[in-house]
Design a protein around this ligand. Structure first.
Ligand code: ATP
Length: 892
């Protein structure tokens, strides 16, 4: 018999599990050995060896290797071996950089891997989907992706979209009864749910019957998701730029070689020098360093609780000009506590500490017994019935499992002495219509022990009021007149203006055994019982974060399903509402076209009582106004807006899989302040990339120009090929990487957002590259000419001085690159990685100059103190000459 033909008991037995407690820890260990992990096998990855060899596939590197080979055959052993060694070391560096980039991208994928709610040892826990085993009991609700193949054992209006397996995009309704037919297609297995399919509505519980490659999904391997290419706009731009730079570098090299030959240098020497120059000057390593800088930045973001799912977002983050954020849980703590209750004109208050289910009820400051008032009793009891949350104790702390709003209602009822445990004998829940943010209600159909059946609905008070016909007033049912509606409105307003989140409770009796199939049938003609108002304190760090965003030219917009007045009160506390900003309700948003919304959207700081569907309109309107929009969300219906936003952000704790999949950034702590931290990091990463682009290119310009100038002036070669390669190796690698790890400048969050259209060389970067590069070249040439003038017979001496000047000039210039303003704008030694990188590069330089066995290889001779004074003076010029203008302008 197959699982879909079995009834629940048979399934339980066949899988040797316990539906009420799940698997035990021991059983998990045993089954792990038997079944392994719930993973789909991925396609082949590039092997380490291939990756290593791919470092040498660059055209110029191949030409260089060929040229050295020829020079080796001609007898120049030392030179050719040394050049090959440097090329290999360079290859290793590139290899490690790419490996690191790849590894951290893999780690990212792992972090954003889906989670599954599973019942083990009697407790519901969230575990990575990878760890699910056959026999595990798992639960899921709207927005979740099913983590394995399951046989359903509970289904509440459960609908699943199975297009990944069946191609059918209409969701299928699910049930739990055993099916008769043995051979059914996936689309007909209505009591089963399959890995990779998506819950579009309702909720359910199921027992896992297959994992990993044994699932239906595992069997159609060609459908496995391929890894997305994660190239950022800057990387793409750099790739194009790289091509141009190659051409420019080659042309200049040809020019150097041509002029050199014309000036009487021999062709062979010039050719090798030219190729070495081309290899050094072409920034082929740039893309890899950019990836490393991006992924290191991404790791710093993880430490700040932000997971980047799509690498391009790192760059876009720095351009964000508006953050649209949910309120509940993101700006507030999502720790709800009922403090006020209202029914029939009376307002009660409740006290208590945190989630502890103990507290007293007061009516106008007088202690009362909540069980003595029928309306209050019903308000609390129904709030607990229409509710999935659980309260449990862990290390003396009371915690809520489930929706915090429901947790608050449950605890309020517990404070009055009601208990969930006592319910089963008294009430039986026949059907449930789960909560959704668009309806803003949840309903159950329930039978009591007298056999009476009724609908209990809880939800947003203004919505519930619209579907109520009567009101419970002093234990009597009254027709809901305009006047009474006004009274309720006032009560809602009173609670909301105290920044309380409000929930209303209503009910209606129905005939026993009537079939209510749709929520619209249940949620009409209700009798309004009353309100519960709960506090949800703002997160303390949000106010500062909002302020910092404002200074950074980023506007914060609150988008919430909550009541307009509540939203306004909280936005006021957080500094989101300024004098001129407006609050717009969901109804108004519905009635406006995108064009109309566009006209007012710049003035709106709070959108309240909106449905997730409105978010897309808001994103569009903002984008049409030229904004770069970051938008948060957690539910299925938020996904389109998250996708459409420039930076889609999903909640890590409360977010559904669908929202996470649509997002570029996931907040592990659901916290608004984390968005700000990510933006700051995003801005910094981009600035750091600019820093090393500037450094590397200026260095390359310097290297090419010194050779070109020398040839034009009919001088001997100022640097031999191996020296050129060495400069490139020791000055490009470590210092550039260290710039990628630089701390942000103090004013990163005081500047306006960058335009996403900005080119690589904007904001004066091109000028900086050319001017510094020119000066580095000129200083090196000057050093060479002075030394050569002093000892015309000793070319190696002049070349050593030029070599040292070039290295030193670059290593001084690297400190200048830390700031867009000037080397004096910040403590030059503030980046300890950079200081160490520079020290190690200096040591390497000293070794090749002073270690005798290396001298013949590098064509160096030991130089003396007086030479170093000349070198130091000249190599400081490129950095300090232009920095001096900054100081002068500052003192003016
Ligand atoms: P945000 O969009 O900032 O997260 P929110 O959480 O208040 O705001 P929703 O979850 O859409 O947005 O809730 C909208 C309204 O629906 C709430 O103000 C509340 O009145 C009601 N509500 C929230 N949760 C439930 C629930 N579990 N059952 C019934 N009604 C609920």
């Amino acid at each position: 018999m197959k699982f879909h033909n079995m009834n629940e008991d048979e399934v339980e037995k066949a899988l040797n599990t316990d539906f009420s407690k799940g698997l035990t820890e021991e059983e998990v260990k045993k089954r792990r050995k038997q079944f392994g992990y719930n993973e789909l096998e991925e396609g082949e990855k590039q092997s380490a060896l291939l990756l290593f060899f791919s470092q040498f596939k660059d055209f110029m590197v191949l030409v260089l290797l060929a040229a050295t080979l020829i020079s080796g055959l001609l007898g120049e052993y030392i030179d050719s071996i040394a050049i090959i060694a440097i090329v290999i070391i360079n290859g290793f560096l590139g290899f490690f950089q790419e490996r690191k980039a790849e590894k951290s991208l893999d780690a990212l994928k792992e972090l954003s891997a889906p989670q599954v709610q599973v019942l083990r040892d009697g407790h519901w826990d969230k575990i990575p989907s990878k760890e699910v085993l056959v026999g595990d009991v798992i639960k899921f609700s709207s927005g979740d992706r099913i983590g394995a193949d399951v046989r359903l054992i509970e289904s509440h209006s459960l609908e699943i979209e199975e297009s990944a397996l069946t191609g059918e995009s209409m969701p299928v309704q699910k049930a739990t009864d055993a099916l008769q037919a043995a051979d059914l297609g996936i689309g007909d297995l209505e009591n089963m749910a399959f890995m990779g399919t998506m819950v579009t509505r309702g909720s359910g519980v199921g027992v896992v019957v297959a994992i990993g490659m044994k699932t239906a999904m595992g069997q159609i391997a060609d459908l496995l998701q391929k890894a997305e290419t994660m190239e950022t706009p800057l990387q793409r731009r750099l790739e194009q730029l790289g091509k141009i730079l190659i051409v420019v570098a080659l042309l200049l090299t040809v020019l150097v070689v041509g002029v050199g030959v014309l000036q009487g240098h021999d062709l062979y020497t010039m050719f090798l020098a030219g190729v070495s120059l081309a290899v050094a000057a072409i920034p082929e390593g740039l893309p890899a360093i950019v990836t490393v800088a991006l992924s290191l930045g991404v790791q710093r973001m993880i430490r700040k609780n932000a997971i980047v799912r799509k690498l391009p977002a790192v760059e876009t983050l720095g351009c964000a000009s508006v953050i649209c954020s949910d309120k509940t849980g993101t700006m507030t703590q999502n720790k709800m506590t009922v403090t006020h209750l209202w029914s029939g004109g009376k307002t009660w208050t409740v006290d208590g500490v945190g989630y502890e289910p103990h507290g007293n009820f007061y009516l106008r400051n007088d202690l009362i017994d909540p069980k003595k008032d029928k309306a209050l009793q019903q308000l609390l009891m129904f709030g607990m019935l229409c509710n999935h949350a659980e309260v449990f104790q862990k290390n003396n702390d009371f915690l809520v499992d489930g929706d915090p709003t429901e947790g608050a209602l449950l605890i309020a009822a517990m404070k009055a002495g009601y208990s969930r445990a006592a319910l089963p004998g008294q009430f039986e829940i026949v059907k449930e219509f789960p909560f959704d943010s668009s309806r803003k209600m949840m309903s159950i159909i329930v039978k009591d022990h007298h056999g009476r059946t009724f609908v209990v609905t809880k939800g947003a008070p203004d919505v519930l009021l619209g579907v109520s016909e009567a009101l419970l007033w002093e234990e009597r049912q009254q027709y809901l007149t305009k006047e009474l509606q006004g009274t309720i409105q006032t009560a809602i307003h009173d609670l909301a203006s105290q920044a309380l989140r409000t929930i209303a409770i209503a009910y209606k009796p129905v005939q026993a055994n009537t079939m209510i199939l749709h929520e619209a049938e249940a949620e009409k003609g209700l009798t309004f019982i009353g309100l519960q108002g709960m506090i949800d304190p703002p997160r303390p760090e949000v106010k500062t974060a909002v302020k910092e965003c404002k200074q950074a030219g980023i506007k914060t917009v609150m988008i919430t399903g909550d009541h307009v007045i509540t939203a306004k009160a909280i936005a006021g506390q957080l500094g989101i509402l300024s004098k001129n900003s407006k609050v717009l309700g969901g109804k108004a948003v519905s009635e406006m076209s995108v064009g109309q919304l566009e006209e007012v959207v710049d003035d709106v700081s709070v959108f309240a009582r909106v449905s997730p569907e409105h978010k897309l309109k808001i994103v569009k309107a903002l984008q049409n106004r030229g904004h770069i929009v970051a938008m948060t969300g957690d539910g299925v219906n938020d996904a389109p807006a998250i996708k459409a936003a420039d930076i889609g952000i999903a909640m890590g704790i409360t977010g559904t899989d669908v929202a996470k999949e649509a997002s570029a950034l996931v907040l592990l702590d659901d916290n608004f302040a984390t968005i700000k931290a990510a933006i700051k990091e995003g801005r910094n990463i981009y600035e750091n990339i600019r820093k090393f682009i500037r450094y590397l290119l200026a260095s390359n310009v310097g290297e090419i120009l010194v050779m070109l100038f020398a040839m034009l002036l009919a001088l001997p070669l100022p640097l031999v090929p191996i020296q050129i390669l060495w400069v490139n190796l020791v000055t490009d690698g470590l210092p550039a990487m260290a710039l990628g790890l630089d701390q942000p400048e103090d004013d990163v969050m005081k500047r306006h957002p960058r335009s996403p259209k900005e080119g690589v060389f904007s904001r004066g970067l091109g000028w900086k590259v050319i001017s510094r590069g020119f000066l580095i070249g000129a200083a090196t040439l000057a050093a060479f000419m002075i030394a050569y003038g002093q000892q015309p017979d000793d070319l190696a001496y002049a070349q050593t001085v030029a070599f040292a000047t070039l290295v030193m000039a670059q290593l001084i210039h690297v400190f200048d690159c830390r700031s867009e303003k000037s080397v004096f704008a910040r403590n030059p030694f503030g980046n300890k990685y950079l200081v160490w990188a520079v020290i190690s590069s200096l040591i390497l330089m000293f070794i090749v100059i002073y270690y005798p066995p290396l001298q013949p290889i590098f064509h160096t001779v030991p130089i003396i103190a007086i030479d170093w004074i000349l070198i130091a003076g000249l190599s400081a010029i490129p950095t300090f000459l232009l920095a001096g203008t900054f100081l002068v302008s500052k003192t003016r």
